[in-house]
Design a protein around this ligand. Structure first.
Ligand code: TXA
Ligand code: MG
Length: 318
């Protein structure tokens, strides 16, 4: 069965919802990246997701719901969690909370942890699909494990091919970087993955936030393994001078000379624009005619933190 890319009309969304209720996998757009969705209450559907992604079993999946009302039965919300959800949902924030056993979630989705990652995406297609399906949807990014996340329907088809029944197409994802993952199971909130909701925004709402650098425990988000999100070519960041044959991801008005190709993350030096372009341009630069991918310095603030996090992982030795 060839994957079918279908514009996300009301009809297509109804069809996708039926497929999901029947245990099939559907790829759909969110404001961050495209997700590979399956019924989060079905072990079989969740197992299919792991198989399609070729993902190590220990990596838990984010469970997607339309909003706080649908999330409450699945996780234990304390006051902090409610405040965060009310402020940032629907939107690009995943909350890791103690899992409620009465919620009926597949244990496989949490990869054996007694916690659950919950997120209410704000993309209108994701919202309609979740409401039409009427079930929590487990959904990792719709790429094979260890590859960069897809921000267009064509990326999804290239990554997952036949294992997905339907790909709902709503054009490029507006944010382009995965959601922020915030662990609220301990006394202090811990930022497990920087993302579209910034550390600064979270700290303003919740006060002191630990990051994985400051937290004493081993990484709790396996997606923060160093070599996640890897292109095939070597990647070099903070690049200010060309090396022979490299492609450059440029940021700001001027690119240094001598690169084999220059692709602009943002000419205006705009971090949101750079985030939205990052994964598509990484794919575009990841071609055998280049010797490597160089990236100009990106400021370590706001969304720049999430961009640099993904770049550091893409540059990590494998
Ligand atoms: O923006 C996004 O979050 C996208 C879209 C599709 O919603 N999804 C996504 O899922 O990026 P995925 O599976 O590629 O990344 C999920 C991250 C992983 O780093 C995973 O380890 C972490 O969230 N995570 C999920 N549940 C968790 C849990 N219970 N405890 C700790 N980390 C968890
Ligand atoms: Mg992913």
């Amino acid at each position: 069965m060839e994957p079918r890319i279908i514009p996300a009309s009301d009809n297509a969304i109804s069809r996708a919802a039926r497929l999901l209720r029947d245990g099939a996998l559907v790829a759909f757009p969110t404001e961050t990246v495209y997700g590979l969705g399956g019924d989060a209450t079905s072990d079989r559907a969740v197992a299919r997701i792991f198989a399609a992604k070729d993902r190590p079993r220990f990596n838990p999946l984010i469970v997607h719901v339309p909003g706080l009302a649908e999330a409450e039965p699945l996780g234990e919300f304390d006051e902090r969690a409610r405040i965060a959800a009310r402020h940032f949902w629907p939107g690009p924030l995943t909350l890791v909370l103690p899992r409620r056993t009465s919620g009926g979630l597949s244990l496989l989705a949490s990869a054996g942890l007694d916690t659950v990652g919950l997120r209410a995406p704000r993309h209108p297609v994701a919202q309609s699909l979740l409401r039409a399906t009427g079930k929590p949807i487990a959904s990792p990014s719709a790429n094979r494990s260890g590859r960069v996340s897809p921000t267009t329907a064509a990326h999804v088809a290239a990554e997952l091919g036949k294992s997905v029944a339907l790909i709902l197409d709503a054009g490029p994802c507006p944010v382009g970087l995965e959601s922020t993952v915030l662990d609220l199971t301990g006394r202090l909130p811990v930022l497990l993955r920087p993302g579209a909701v910034t550390l600064e925004q979270l700290a303003e709402l919740l006060g002191n936030i630990e990051t994985l650098q400051t937290a004493s425990e081993a990484p709790r988000a396996p997606g923060s393994l160093p070599s996640h999100y890897a292109p095939d070519l070597p990647l070099r960041f903070d690049a200010l001078e060309a090396r022979p044959g490299e492609a450059l991801l440029a940021f700001g008005a001027e690119a240094p000379p001598g690169f084999a190709e220059v692709l602009w993350l943002s000419r205006a030096g705009d971090l949101a624009e750079a985030a939205a372009n990052l994964f598509a341009l990484l794919r575009q630069a990841d071609r055998p005619e280049f010797t490597g991918i160089a990236v100009m310095p990106i400021p370590e603030r706001g969304l720049g933190r999430a961009i640099n996090d993904r770049l550091r992982r893409a540059a990590a030795p494998r």
